[in-house]
Design a protein around this ligand. Structure first.
Ligand code: SF4
Ligand code: SF4
Length: 280
């Protein structure tokens, strides 16, 4: 059933108790036996006292499941934390204030009340995923890899259902979530921005947060500010983002890349560039 994040390795190491992270690096064909089900003694034990960093697609699915706006969801169910190394602001799921710090979506003994829309880190568990940034000489590549998390309370490994890492990812729909979040994840690996700055200023952090997580606010920003006067966006894409939240989320990722001065995912209109140059 549960937790954990797919984050850069360093982060994973910081967040996991190293004793529960198995040191072997897994590939998609690695086999393992695991089964999580309602009848297992440890059922729901892994839904408390955890830190879950949310991805943009997690929030899209959860807020729709709960019939909330992204603003309401963020306000009620998340808190933000600035990553010390990158200065990126990330959203985390707010745990209940009970003794166990239980997940707010956990109902004992039934389990997860948002199961079909649970976050990707809950889907991966007990597999962990991390991304490494490698310079292969022809530019930076991001390499994903997997590892097992074995916590003493989790009895799922004693069951007999056989998986490969890949068949587990498909079964749990982690692969769909990875696909949805791929562009966003590539931004997480960006630890500095050109011009020697290593820390995002508060304005950029606010924009980073909005374009990652707050779809409603980002939509207003696109349609009610000068956004469409500045950026060259295809008419069909503009129409699509009026009704298609995934398309809107992906435009948010392009804007995020623009903010982080990564590849030219969003083009500024030539007349805007010209006008800016004329002023200089
Ligand atoms: S979202 Fe669901 S699966 Fe994930 S920790 Fe909460 S109750 Fe458990
Ligand atoms: S088998 Fe593991 S993942 Fe499933 S409920 Fe038990 S502790 Fe959680």
């Amino acid at each position: 059933m549960l937790k954990y994040l797919k984050l850069p390795t360093r982060k994973v190491i910081e967040m996991f108790n190293m004793k529960v992270v198995q040191p072997a690096r897994l590939d998609p064909e690695t086999k393992f036996k695991f089964r999580c089900h309602k009848g297992i003694k440890c059922f729901t034990k892994c839904c408390s006292n955890i830190d879950i960093m949310l991805t943009p697609y997690d929030i899209l699915r959860m807020k729709n499941r709960l019939k909330m706006s992204s603003e309401e969801f963020l306000e009620k169910h998340t808190f933000s934390k600035i990553d010390e190394k990158s200065s990126h602001p990330y959203a985390y799921l707010k745990m209940s204030r009970d003794e166990k710090r239980s997940c707010p979506f956990l109902v004992v003994p039934d389990g997860c009340t948002i199961y079909t829309d649970r976050p990707v880190s809950c889907r991966y568990y007990p597999v962990g995923q991390a991304t490494l940034k490698k310079n292969m000489g022809e530019g930076i590549v991001h390499e994903e890899f997997y590892f097992f998390v074995k916590e003493p309370h989790c009895l799922g490994y004693e069951e007999n259902t056989e998986w490969t890492v890949e068949s587990w990812r498909k079964d749990q729909e982690s692969s769909l979530y990875d696909e949805m979040n791929r562009e966003w994840k590539s931004v997480l690996m960006r630890r500095d921005i050109p011009g020697g700055k290593s820390v995002l200023d508060p304005k950029k952090q606010t924009q980073f947060y909005m374009s990652s997580y707050d779809l409603d606010k980002f939509k207003r920003y696109v349609f009610e500010s000068k956004f469409l006067d500045i950026f060259d966006i295809d008419k069909d894409e503009i129409e699509k983002i009026r009704t298609d939240e995934v398309a809107l989320m992906k435009l948010g990722f392009k804007y995020l890349k623009y903010l982080m001065m990564m590849e030219e995912a969003l083009k500024v209109k030539p007349e805007v560039v010209k006008a800016k140059k004329a002023k200089e």
